[in-house]
Design a protein around this ligand. Structure first.
Ligand SMILES: Cc1cc2nc3c(=O)[nH]c(=O)nc-3n(C[C@H](O)[C@H](O)[C@H](O)COP(=O)(O)O)c2cc1C
Length: 202
């Protein structure tokens, strides 16, 4: 085994260790809205469940040289965002939304996504996603970096409305083969759902 002290690694080397080993990561496609009404769309794989009661999720948005990304800035200001689960049918468009546009431009127009009004929040969602989670910002925690200069914004969202494609939903369960989730590995590599198997819990 190779043992490495993260303190001896550069930011890039740590990133490669983490994104190469914590895999596969689900991809949250997030919509937020600026105070001028611009709909921002961007993908995030530092994403997971935090709590099921109440339902909460986490997304970590890295800062770039100390500057917040549009998603974090908008979510902090409006305290609302919508998370969509990335699947095989939308992955090409999801990838397009990672384009770095100025805050006044919407990534929506780089894609075939259709904005759809949300029920509980003012930020619109994207119709094409099979699972859509309307969120209220529960907490935003600036983390890492040094002193007054955080390296990322950890967003904790409380889900206030689920939207699920009826074709993949049966008796309270979501069909993973119907959802066809796509997850991120390192760099530009992605993976689809692999072989499914069950294990009895002891
Ligand atoms: C599949 C995928 C996953 C990504 N995951 C993250 C992530 O977890 N955290 C992050 O800060 N950036 C992540 N990015 C990069 C952001 O999507 C990218 O910086 C984007 O331009 C941010 O948009 P915004 O400034 O509109 O918020 C990811 C990109 C891709 C393509």
């Amino acid at each position: 085994m190779i043992s490495v002290n993260p303190e001896n690694l550069s930011e890039r080397e740590n990133y490669k260790f983490l994104t190469g080993s914590i895999i596969p990561r689900p991809i949250a496609l997030i919509t937020t809205q600026s105070h001028t009404g611009v709909i921002n769309v961007a993908p995030f794989s530092f994403f997971n469940i935090v709590s099921s009661s109440p339902p909460m999720l986490s997304v970590s948005v890295q800062r770039k040289k100390g500057v917040q990304k549009d998603t974090a800035r908008n979510a902090l200001k409006s305290r609302e965002f919508v998370v969509h689960i990335t699947d095989e049918d939308i992955i090409e468009d999801v990838n397009q939304t990672a384009a770095e546009l100025p805050p006044g431009d919407s990534e929506l127009f780089l894609t075939k996504f259709t904005a759809i009004p949300s029920e509980k929040v003012s930020v619109p969602g994207l119709q094409e996603a099979k699972v859509r989670l309307e969120c209220i910002l529960e907490q935003a925690i600036p983390l890492a970096g040094s002193g007054d200069n955080p390296g990322c914004d950890l967003l904790i969202g409380r889900i206030v409305c689920y939207h699920i494609d009826e074709g993949i939903y049966d008796k309270g369960r979501i069909d993973p083969s119907g959802l066809k989730p796509v997850a991120r590995l390192a760099g530009q590599t992605y993976t689809k759902l692999g072989e499914l198997f069950e294990l009895q819990r002891p």
